[in-house]
Design a protein around this ligand. Structure first.
Ligand code: THG
Length: 922
């Protein structure tokens, strides 16, 4: 046991506060960050806090010293961004190893100094490992949801490099923090295992998640429960939450986590909620009062601070924890946990998990055709339909001789990750090719199931594959195969499963709950006598496994059973229902099935049921013949009924209730909110008949839909992947309308004005800006769109060159606020007089009034949404209206500034408003 593992049993440990907030207090300059050593590296270095380990180690040690003096038991290395991926932004990726080793030594030295003063309060160093600036689970390109800016392997390599250096530098623990994408975190955990093996140093692994909406999901859309399932395989010391919100708002999420996580619990919130200027204004005493609740209620083992906290905040903590008996971790779950964006628990009492079989190129001609023709949208439709039909897991199989199975698996899994309705459920990666399985595992943030491994190629390969699956954190289907082949009798099935179980549990340390046996569902009623007992043998084996192999589950590919009845879906479904009825009673608790199957055991007419049970339970030698006769009779009847048109495809129409009796505005809003693009053509065509101009559809119903999404997101009722999908649908709608808009523009009409648009430097988001561009173009403006990540110099230069009448700046993330101020300063310096339009998430009237308008003498207008731009632009183009607008703005801004001062006195920002500011999207 390491010292930290010993001390955490004695008392609540104090972690330090924010590094960045402390660094700000030193008012360091660009030269401080660079030192002489990095003088020649291009770009800005200010803001690269981690580089200070090399250029201003005195400052970093001073900060460590302050936190230790304030009472911190654990200090974090100044390495949050020290991977080659994040450091590439500053062109110093080659120094990553040195930064991490140095950072660890700086912290080590300070911690040891304090330990030697008070040996009964030893101090520890946690190596800080941030999430990096890229995400493995989401595409940065709205037009290509399968794209990834970063792969699991690249990320794991970068993390390993960082962690090896941290371990060599002498850290006592690794702290993977501010986790916003579980796939990034899984790569970090993977890398930590490797780094510890390579260096031969084992230290406790600490994890800390940041939730990014009021529903308590990660940015990549997972619930906390789903996250815990995803990291269940790791040897975790502590887990908790940091950043996100202040302690008060974080508490319900911490409670949820602490109730389930079988580890020590950590919490280091921000100093309250950011105000509308992005600053934190909770005092140390305020925060301590909120943290005291955590301590008093026995929620935590480790407390610290994140954004906005300093040593003054940490200094409040020792008094809070004095004499408090620390919390005991809860017990490990004794059942199978799986996850997609949401958790799936496979417990004895919840009976049966149906795994959707339809996304299988070998099991569905339609799916194969769609993949072959790269019609991924429709292929995703099959996955979505299965989830709608109630599939709790979906099986994905791309094994086809003419497909690049590995590439198709990766593409499809990446696409699924962008479809929150599908990604909700766990995935079963189905392939007989090991490289396809491994590639699949690297795409999924949830806890998935590998389908499958077996003893077919002997023990060695079996064990190796099992170890890899364990390291990636998945459950596994184990087929009843061995060196001798497929187990087809009861005796062979139990022999092979029993042997596999003991190898997995005893030799690999596989969690027994993560083992899913598949004792082979084989076709019956084939006309071959030796097949007659196949179903009986499966069902008996299922019972034996559940009794004799504790924890293990039983699954099977149910549709295999009825291959002899291809073409007669009713009989097939009825056979499956009968088979499942008996197998589930014996303990089969999962099955790969068609989730749309509608035949219930209890609905099967007695005569047919008898025929089928004779076959499934092998009750008489002529069972197969009798069922074939029955099947033929039924088929003839049903064909006759179909010919007379009496069958109603009821299910298909029920599903589209949202399209029945609703106005086109309601349908567009629904389509945007749900991110459904399928009916846009139809609905927009209808809207075009109702609205005078195409652009009024954008400004009216589409904008209303977007605002609705923004509200839902602000209220925590939608999470990011859903919103991204919405944005993609909006883009699709605009693309459909664009040709109409073009044709409506009067040829040769005079330009209403010239508008320069740009997303500011540091920000890549352009959906909002593009909508503004379309709306304004429709209103006769000439648009000069400079794209995204545009530096202030470029904006100034092009504004002059193009002689524009106004400049529109867009930004979605908090740092964009400062960058907009920077642009305004540059415009002023250049002596320009061009009005500035401000829009995009995180921008607010208040920030515009307080920060942007004061630095630029020309009109600065904040626009709530794209629909407002054209009106404001028209006013700016008319000298008289412009003067009136300027006066209005002046009054409005003065009023806002005064109100803000009053507010500052109250020092609270209402939760909902602050949330919306932080999270507003368009
Ligand atoms: N065990 C495990 N995994 C498996 C299987 C298994 N994966 C694949 C398969 N068997 C389970 N999946 C299916 C999927 C579809 C069908 C059968 C099994 C099926 N398809 C129709 C057919 O072939 O008649 C296709 C009809 C169509 O083209 O739409 O029956 O046993 N671990």
């Amino acid at each position: 046991m390491t010292a930290i593992e010993k001390w955490i049993q004695e008392r609540i440990l104090i972690l330090d506060g924010a590094m960045g907030t402390m660094i700000q207090q030193y008012s360091l300059t660009e030269d401080d960050f660079r030192g002489e050593r990095f003088a020649a590296i291009p770009g800005q270095m200010k803001g690269n806090n981690d580089l200070l380990c090399l250029t201003r180690p005195d400052v970093i040690q001073d900060i460590h010293r302050k936190y230790l003096a304030a009472g911190a038991d654990i200090i974090e290395t100044n390495t949050f961004n020290s991977t080659r991926i994040s450091m590439a932004d500053y062109h110093v990726q080659e120094y990553v190893r040195e930064i991490n080793i140095t950072a660890a030594r700086l912290a080590r030295q300070m911690a040891d100094e304090f330990t030697s003063l008070t040996p009964d309060k030893p101090r520890f160093v946690a190596g800080s490992v941030g999430p990096t600036n890229k995400t493995c689970s989401m595409s940065p390109d709205v037009n290509n949801p399968a794209f990834r800016a970063l792969t699991y392997d690249e990320l794991a390599d970068a993390y390993r490099e960082q962690m090896e250096a941290l371990l060599e530098g002498g850290v006592d623990a690794l702290l993977i923090e501010t986790i916003f994408d579980t796939l990034n975190a899984k790569a970090a955990i993977f890398a930590a295992e490797q780094a510890m093996e390579i260096t031969g140093v084992r230290v406790p692994l600490m994890l800390s998640v940041t939730v990014s909406d009021t529903g308590g999901r990660t940015l990549s859309g997972q619930t906390l429960e789903a996250f815990l399932a995803s990291i269940q395989h790791a040897d975790v010391f502590s887990v908790g939450l940091n950043c996100s919100f202040g302690a008060h708002q974080l508490k319900p999420f911490l409670e949820r986590m602490a109730a389930r996580a079988p580890y020590y619990i950590s919490a280091y919130p921000n100093a309250g909620l950011p105000n509308s200027l992005g600053k934190y204004d909770q005092t140390p005493a305020d925060m301590a009062r909120e943290m005291e609740e955590y301590v008093r209620e026995g929620l935590v083992n480790i407390i610290g601070g994140c954004c906005g906290t300093t040593d003054a905040y940490i200094a409040e903590y020792p008094a809070l924890i004095a004499g408090v008996v620390p919390r005991q971790p809860v017990a490990k779950p004794e059942f199978l946990c799986l996850s997609g964006l949401e958790l799936l628990e496979v417990k004895p009492e919840n009976n049966f998990v149906n795994v959707g079989e339809r996304c299988n190129v070998a099991g569905s001609r339609k799916f194969l055709r769609l993949i072959n023709e790269k019609k991924y949208d429709e292929a995703l439709g099959i996955a979505r339909r299965q989830v709608e039909d109630g599939a709790l897991v979906i099986d994905i199989n791309m094994d086809d001789g003419l497909l690049d199975a590995r590439a198709e698996m990766v593409t499809f899994l990446n696409l699924i990750a962008s479809e929150p309705e599908i990604a909700r459920v766990p995935v079963m990666i189905d392939s007989s090719k090991w490289d396809v399985i491994v590639a699949g595992l690297k795409c999924l943030q949830g806890k998935s199931i590998v389908n499958s491994i077996s003893l077919k190629e002997g023990e060695e390969v079996f064990l190796e594959h099992a170890r890899i699956i364990k390291r990636y954190g998945a459950a596994a289907v184990v087929m009843a195969f061995d060196e001798k082949g497929q187990a087809d009798t009861f005796e062979r099935k139990v022999e092979v499963c029993g042997r596999a179980y003991h190898l997995l549990v005893d030799k690999v340390g596989f969690n027994p709950h993560d083992i899913i046996f598949d004792p082979n569902v084989l076709a019956v009623a084939t006309g071959m006598e030796e097949h007659d007992n196949y179903a009986v043998d499966f069902i008996r084996a299922a019972g034996w496994i559940r009794k004799n192999l504790p924890g293990a589950h039983v699954s099977g590919g149910v549709s295999n059973l009825s291959f002899s009845f291809r073409g007669n879906n009713y009989i097939r479904e009825a056979m499956h229902a009968v088979f499942l009825y008996h197998a589930i009673r014996e303990g089969m608790d999962m099955g790969i099935v068609n989730p749309a199957a509608s035949v219930l055991y209890t609905d099967i007419p007695a005569d047919i049921l008898e025929c089928i049970e004779d076959v499934v339970l092998n009750r008489r030698p002529d069972a197969a013949e009798r069922l074939i006769e029955t099947a033929e009779r039924l088929k003839a009847e049903s064909d006759a009924a179909k010919a007379s048109g009496s069958e109603q495809p009821a299910a298909a129409s029920a599903r589209l209730a949202w399209r029945e009796g609703t106005s086109v505005e309601e349908r567009l809003k629904y389509a945007l909110t749900k991110g459904i693009g399928d009916y846009l053509e139809e609905d927009l065509a209808e809207a075009l008949r109702l609205y005078p101009k195409a652009v009024s559809i954008i400004e009216g119903p589409l904008m209303a839909g977007m605002n609705h999404v923004g509200d839902l997101f602000g209220a925590g009722k939608m999470f990011l992947p859903q919103v991204v999908k919405t944005a993609r649908t909006m883009k699709q709608a605009v693309a459909i309308l664009r040709p109409v808009i073009e044709s409506e523009k009067q040829a040769g009409a005079a330009s209403a004005g010239r508008v320069l648009l740009a997303t500011v430097k540091g920000d890549v988001h352009d959906i909002g800006k593009n909508i503004v561009s379309v709306v304004m173009a429709c209103n006769g403006y000439e648009i000069i769109d400079l794209g995204v990540m545009v530096p202030a110099e470029t904006i100034v230069q092009r504004a002059i060159e193009e002689k524009v009448d106004m400049i529109g700046l867009s930004g979605l993330i908090t740092p964009s606020l400062d960058e907009m101020v920077h642009v305004a300063v540059e415009l002023e310096k250049a002596g320009l007089d061009i009005p500035l339009l401000i829009g995009g998430a995180t921008t607010s009237p208040l920030h515009t009034a307080l920060k942007i308008a004061p630095v630029y003498h020309a009109p600065v207008v904040h626009l709530k949404d794209a629909a407002k731009n054209a009106t404001v632009a028209a006013r700016l183009m008319n000298p008289e209206a412009k003067r009136a607008l300027e006066e209005e703005l002046h009054d409005k801004y003065r009023h806002l500034c005064e109100k803000s001062q009053e507010r500052q006195m109250e020092a609270v920002v209402p939760l909902e408003e602050a949330q919306r500011k932080r999270l507003k999207l368009f």
